[in-house]
Unconditional design. Structure first.
Length: 868
């Protein structure tokens, strides 16, 4: 039978899984000879056993912990349940992964009428003894009995009012006895200390499933299966008198990261009073005068603990009659800024090395350097919550259309674009918007992808809000109505929609941040590219460290208002001749755009995807638009609507798009190739070093590649014929259908690079349309059918299996073929780790995610090397 109970002298900090973080660290500190009140830990497997047993404690458990308890009594020189010389316990929760304040703890356990009296006699401090007793009753009632503790608080308040006392400190023994008398009429608790202990242990196990603990685990991806340990520890008393107190301290500032010891203390108070915030604590410096020895010990202990753990620590301590005790240490939670500063400082101080420093920051924290964020401490009225699609904080007046956004923004107002969903035609409005809010759509919906790409704050899938663009209002689930012109704030980190203007904290990169990124570059193997079309986005990406463009979606260039009519005219052409005319115009635009991109990305690869979306996306959506277009193009509006209806598809995601367009309309591809290569040649003439990589999308068959490659090659030959300069370029394919992955060896033989388009690959592997999945993915997550949204974090099991197969077979067919990923997953840290392990050459993500990807790629390398 596995050992279920460990004394503090029997464990170490490496026993987190077994003893929980709190228990393991109490053991560690005991072996460091720090003043930790003695106790024992009941293991986390015992918690699992309890639940598997149908919520019953294992039969032998009490026998086992009684042995430990005897030893604790010997060490403490007092006895649990002995009125002459009582020993009281705290019964504390603690999981392998820290879940601060999420589970329950019971203090001052092992007390009843007789023992309270004994404690009063032994200590000569009856006020203190009865304070402990009433605290025990309140906590036991709350945690074990599930009683109404507000009513009990009210009893104390009423009593103090009656006596005109200002604070709890004014309460004397008789006062607490009177309160306890009332409490006893309200709740019934066991007199027997051992019964109290049994019930408390059980209650701590039960607290693993409190609603707040469930939510916290879900938010932080902590598995339900871990369970909590129970720490049973001798009590020390900060509420003993004026030379006693309790406090919390951080070895460095958790908000800025500054290397400055930072702590707070409450005199004549128990630890729970600090947490509950009943009085405002003082800075720990206040201890210097009142309890100088304890103050000196605290300073020494914090310095030692930080050195020992080589990380910023969060410490709980209590002083009883001038004697210092330490009750907990753990890695302190910190802001993104603080995490970067602390990591970099600690390398400079020689405490950790660069690789460790890289593991100390979460990639999501890195994001906080790039966007202004809603001040976490600012008060707020939340009216709805959606998906946190693109980070940052944004405040502005509500507009309901892209055109309106442009108009209002031109008047100098910041705008929030509110839509049911967005389409490529909304781009101009999205560009000028401070933030974007949509009722529908998931984390990879158009709005989400585009917003992240532009670094604009966005909340999508906000089903709490019914948006009526027509009426210019949106109605929240609670009935609140927001309308055109109202000011709202979006928190893209939490998904909260708030009324009014909420304060932000500004983004600014720091030297420390740059230092950390330079270490990331030194240690990563994966290259990082960006998905970008416009010169502005490309320039931003390069500034943020992108090593090329991994995906340039050429169609985005045709949605701009000065181009879309040419595109439409091209689509509406009656014959090849007319189409060629319009293509010539489009070629000019494309040429100019590509030239700009080559200039920005001089010397770096630029991967250009051939036209991908179904053509109807370019056409007007309603009669009014069609009429206006007809007027401009001098065409019959009926004809335009007819063409639109002809092109409409039942299932556009699986329809006439991708390389299928190139097969049917080779002239479009020819135009694109002439522009891509023509611009590259012009760049060469300017003395630049362009490196285009032409990428064929949505391939399912090697013959598609052969056919289109021929068109491309001929186009290139034609353009280069007249020029004398040589040009580097590549032709490759996007891997985004299951069939492409299943026949990757054949595809590889026909191309020079391959890049996973994991948005489509996920969509087709699951058969989930990514534009519609927002309606059911939340329920799938709730029901735990899936662990994560597969459009956010790569599904390694199935989609990943296709990718692994594809990489292996491709490399067998063509050694050393370049492989990348350009789906949204290219910016997701967990997916990046997977791509590293897969042996890809690069990841490509939106410009603002580039720094995140650089850090995540370095972490992947460090962790992978560790696993070897
Ligand atoms: P949490 O995980 O919520 O911080 P803890 O188990 O750390 O819960 O307990 C909360 C507080 O109770 C501690 O901060 C400490 O002040 C007090 N406490 C816990 N154990 C003891 C003890 N043995 N003696 C005195 N106070 C204690
Ligand atoms: Mg604690
Ligand atoms: Mg695709």
């Amino acid at each position: 039978m596995a050992k279920r109970v460990y004394l503090f002298s029997e464990g170490s900090k490496d026993d987190r899984d077994l003893l929980g973080g709190k228990g393991a660290n109490l053991c560690e500190m005991t072996s460091l000879n720090l003043p930790v009140p003695f106790g024992f830990v009941i293991t986390t497997p015992t918690c699992r056993e309890y639940f598997e047993n149908g919520n019953r404690l294992p039969t032998l458990l009490e026998q086992e912990y009684r042995v430990a308890l005897d030893l604790v009594e010997k060490q403490m020189g007092a006895r649990f349940g002995d009125p002459e010389n009582p020993l009281l316990f705290s019964v504390r929760s603690g999981a392998p992964i820290s879940m601060p304040g999420m589970m329950n703890t019971i203090l001052n356990l092992g007390i009843n009428d007789e023992i309270a009296e004994g404690l009063a006699n032994k200590t000569g401090n009856p006020r203190f003894a009865y304070d402990c007793y009433r605290r025990f009753i309140q906590m036991f009632a709350d945690v074990v009995l599930g009683a109404d503790t507000h009513a009990m608080e009210q009893v104390i308040e009423d009593y103090k009012d009656e006596k005109a006392y200002q604070t709890d400190v004014a309460m004397e023994a008789e006062d607490w006895q009177a309160v306890i008398g009332t409490f006893k009429t309200m709740v019934k608790f066991p007199e027997d200390p051992f019964e109290q202990l049994r019930l408390a242990v059980e209650a701590v196990f039960q607290s693993w499933y409190t609603p707040r603990a469930n939510v916290y685990r879900e938010m932080n991806n902590i598995p339900d299966s871990l369970g909590t340990a129970v720490t049973v520890q001798s009590m020390v008393f900060g509420n003993f008198g004026e030379d006693s107190g309790s406090g919390v301290a951080f070895t460095r500032n958790p908000s800025t990261g500054e290397r400055l010891f930072f702590g707070e203390v409450l005199f004549n108070a128990a630890g729970e009073d600090v947490v509950a915030g009943i009085r405002t604590p003082l800075p720990v410096d206040a201890m210097q005068e009142r309890m100088p020895d304890a103050h000196a010990e605290l300073l020494a202990a914090q310095a030692m603990l930080e050195q020992h753990y080589r990380d910023m620590q969060d410490i709980e301590f209590t002083v009883q009659e001038g004697r210092f005790y330490i009750l907990q240490t753990r890695s302190g939670k910190r802001t993104g800024r603080a995490s970067v500063r602390i990591a970099v400082d600690m390398v400079r101080e020689g405490m950790i090395n660069e690789k460790e420093a890289l593991l100390r920051v979460s990639p999501e924290h890195v994001q906080s350097f790039l966007h202004p964020m809603v001040d976490p401490d600012a008060p707020r009225t939340v009216i709805a919550t959606g998906l946190p699609a693109s980070p940052g904080g944004a405040t502005g007046v509500i507009v309901f259309s892209a055109d309106e956004a442009v108009k209002v923004e031109a008047d100098g107002e910041k705008v929030i674009l509110v839509r049911r969903e967005t389409t490529p035609e909304d781009i101009h409005g999205m560009r000028v918007a401070e933030g974007i809010l949509t009722e529908l759509g998931g984390m990879t919906s158009h709005a989400a992808v585009v917003a992240r790409g532009m670094g604009v704050c966005a909340i999508t899938g906000c089903g709490d809000l019914r948006v009526s663009v027509q009426e210019g209002i949106a109605t929240a689930a609670d009935g609140t109505v927001i309308k055109r012109g109202d000011v709202i704030t979006l928190d893209g980190a939490s998904g909260e929609v708030m009324l009014g203007d909420i304060a932000k904290v500004e983004a600014s990169t720091s030297d420390d941040f740059q230092t950390l990124l330079s270490w990331a570059d030194k240690h990563r193997r994966l290259k990082v590219r960006a998905n970008a079309e416009t010169p502005e986005d490309a320039a931003k990406a390069r500034e943020l460290g992108a090593e090329g463009i991994g995906l340039c979606r050429t169609e985005h260039m045709f949605f701009a208002s000065d181009r879309i009519d040419h595109m439409r005219a091209m689509i509406l052409s009656k014959d090849r001749k007319e189409r060629k005319q319009h293509l010539a115009k489009l070629q000019e635009f494309q040429h100019a755009d590509m030239l700009e991109l080559y200039r920005v990305m001089d010397g770096l690869p630029v991967t250009i995807r051939l036209l991908d979306p179904p053509l109807h996306e370019f056409l007007p959506h309603d009669q009014a638009d069609a009429d206006a277009l007809a007027e401009r193009l001098k065409k019959d509006p009926e004809e335009i609507m007819q063409a639109r209806n002809d092109l409409a598809e039942v299932n556009p995601m699986l329809g006439f798009r991708g390389c299928r367009l190139s097969v049917v309309y080779p002239e479009i591809t020819r135009m694109q190739v002439r522009a891509i290569i023509g611009a590259a040649l012009q760049a060469r003439e300017e003395g630049l070093n362009p490196y285009p990589e032409i990428m064929i999308p949505l391939v399912v068959n090697v013959r598609e590649i052969r056919l289109i490659s021929e068109v491309i090659d001929r186009g290139i030959a034609k353009v280069t014929k007249e020029k004398s300069v040589s040009l580097r370029y590549k032709i490759g394919t996007m891997m985004e259908t299951p069939r492409a992955c299943l026949g990757a060896d054949r595809l590889a033989s026909a191309v020079e690079f391959m890049s996973f388009g994991t948005n489509d690959l996920t969509q087709m592997t699951y058969g989930f349309s990514r534009d519609d999945a927002g309606r059911f993915i939340p329920q799938y997550l709730d029901a735990k059918i899936i662990e994560d949204d597969p459009f956010v974090s790569l599904d390694q099991r199935a989609v990943g299996r296709l990718m692994r197969m594809a990489v292996q077979e491709s490399r067998q067919a063509k050694k050393g073929i370049k492989y990348g990923i350009c789906g949204e997953h290219g910016g997701d840290p967990r997916s990046i780790r997977f791509c590293h392990d897969l042996g890809l050459d690069y990841v490509s993500c939106s410009p603002y995610r580039v720094p995140v990807a650089r850090i995540a790629a370095a972490q992947a390398r460090v962790l992978a090397d560790r696993d070897d």
